[in-house]
Design a protein around this ligand. Structure first.
Ligand code: FAS
Ligand code: PHB
Length: 397
């Protein structure tokens, strides 16, 4: 029976997912005169209610500038020149600028996403929210199309390319046949319990704490909005943690001089996130190109998740602009290869930071000693601090 479509749409690049990857890609492509349609499963408010990343690599800052969405970030964000790693009461400062001449920007992913939505609205972008039943069709042809349900009707979107920016649980990655995909995964035996509180951060810089009771992280969003995390068992539940219990445990894991300064307050958000390392190869199949969490997941210890989404978008937007601008599809053909070479380096860094800083259930005394030696090497070796700083602030694209 012929399907009767509520609407027949046509664009250059169909973007599945309106998170940071999808919105940033749409913004860069539209500024280059390439037409896009963004299909997002959730409402705009729901997307903006998510509390996610907090640290932007300098490469991500440059890409947001290129996209014309950097004004508020430079006004309200805060450049950070270093961070601390602690082990019980020892504090090791990693001076990014001294070690590698670069820095990071502390500016929440929620704000980046808000800025992207505002910029996309200014460009008159087509972003359809609360779409359902998205299906990718004819990806191995030069005329792929996307079907979906929106406002009760079935729609068809004809396009030249599909960007799968729909995150780890999206439909884009599974649209590549299982026999084509190679997946690499490590699930960590713990999670992060995170809290957001309208309190002044305990320090001007981030503190990553290795403690025998478990990992902790002191971060922030602005001078009156703090973000803290403690490692918890996978079996733990957020209901088990009163604010007071959280603050007490955080104090135990921070060096005494830091714990003494901690200003506590009621949580305005509290949640547990699991930790995993995951990569799927290839990141492209026919006219489908995967970006961001749709293709890879990193444990947040290295602050790489959002930043890898940005570098994928850099490679894909550059390739599509070359294709539309000069008819050169060389970069498009090797998009997955270019993106993956950087993904795997960030995968290694995030795994190494997680292994160095967390307590593992079956960890032996030897393992714990290796963590102490690795932290001691960072305390004593400028070269070791340089390698960490180069990875944390972001390797070149
Ligand atoms: P996203 O998941 O952000 O966006 C995908 C979008 O696609 C979503 O809006 C979703 O609704 C939509 N979608 C899904 N399926 C769809 C479908 N079938 N049709 C249409 N739309 C669909 N990274 C860090 O660097 N630091 C952190 O501290 C950090 N903390 C995190 C905490 C949590 C709880 C989570 C889940 C992630 C965290 N991350 C962190 C990683 C996170 O920031 C991601 O890397 C980032 O959101 C990646 O952006 P996207 O690839 O756009 O994916
Ligand atoms: C955060 O502020 O949410 C944050 C910062 C650095 C990380 C992870 C999370 O490595």
């Amino acid at each position: 029976m012929n399907q009767v479509w509520e609407s027949l749409l046509q664009t250059d690049v169909a973007i599945i997912g309106g998170g940071p990857a999808g919105l940033l890609l749409s913004q860069l492509l539209m500024r280059a005169g390439i037409r896009t349609v963004v299909l997002e499963r959730k409402s705009r408010d729901y997307v903006l209610s998510r509390i996610r990343a907090g640290v932007l690599e300098w490469g991500t800052v440059k890409l947001l500038e290129q996209a014309g969405v950097d004004d508020r970030m430079h006004r309200e964000g805060k450049p950070h020149h270093g961070c601390y790693l602690t082990s019980d009461d020892q504090m090791i400062r990693i001076d990014f600028v001294e070690a590698c001449g670069k820095q990071v920007m502390v500016y929440g992913q929620t704000e980046v996403t808000r800025d992207l939505y505002d910029a996309q609205a200014a460009l008159g972008a087509t972003i359809l929210h609360e779409v359902e039943d998205v299906v990718l069709n004819d990806l191995k042809t030069d005329a792929p199309f996307v079907t979906f349900t929106h406002e009760g009707g079935k729609h068809r979107l004809d396009c030249a390319y599909v960007a799968g920016c729909d995150g780890f649980h999206g439909i884009s990655r599974p649209s590549i046949p299982a026999e084509v995909r190679r997946e690499f995964e490590k699930v960590y035996p713990f999670g992060w319990l995170g809290i957001l509180s309208q309190t002044p951060p305990v320090d001007d810089e981030l503190i990553y704490a290795n403690h025998h009771r478990g990992f902790a992280l002191a971060s922030m969003r602005n001078p009156m909005l703090s973000r803290y995390y403690i490692q918890v068992p996978l079996t733990d539940r957020v209901e088990n943690w009163s604010d007071e219990a959280f603050w007490d445990e955080l104090r135990r894991r921070l060096p005494q001089e830091v714990a003494d300064k901690l200003v506590t307050g009621p949580s305005i958000e509290k949640s547990i996130a699991p930790l995993r390392s995951f990569v799927t190869e290839p990141m492209q199949w026919g006219r489908l190109f995967l970006c961001g969490d749709a293709a890879h997941i990193v444990p947040p210890t290295g602050a790489k998740g959002l930043n890898l989404a940005a570098s994928d978008v850099h490679y894909l937007s550059r390739a599509l602009i070359a294709c539309y601008g000069e008819g050169d599809s060389t970069l498009l053909a090797r998009y997955g290869e270019d993106a993956l070479q950087r993904v795997w380096k960030a995968m290694r860094f995030s795994w190494s930071m997680t292994t160095m800083l967390h307590q593992f259930p079956e960890q032996s005394e030897f393992d714990r000693r290796m963590q102490r030696v690795e932290l001691g090497t960072l305390a004593s070796s400028a070269d070791a601090r340089k390698v960490l700083a180069e990875n944390y602030t972001g390797l070149p694209y």
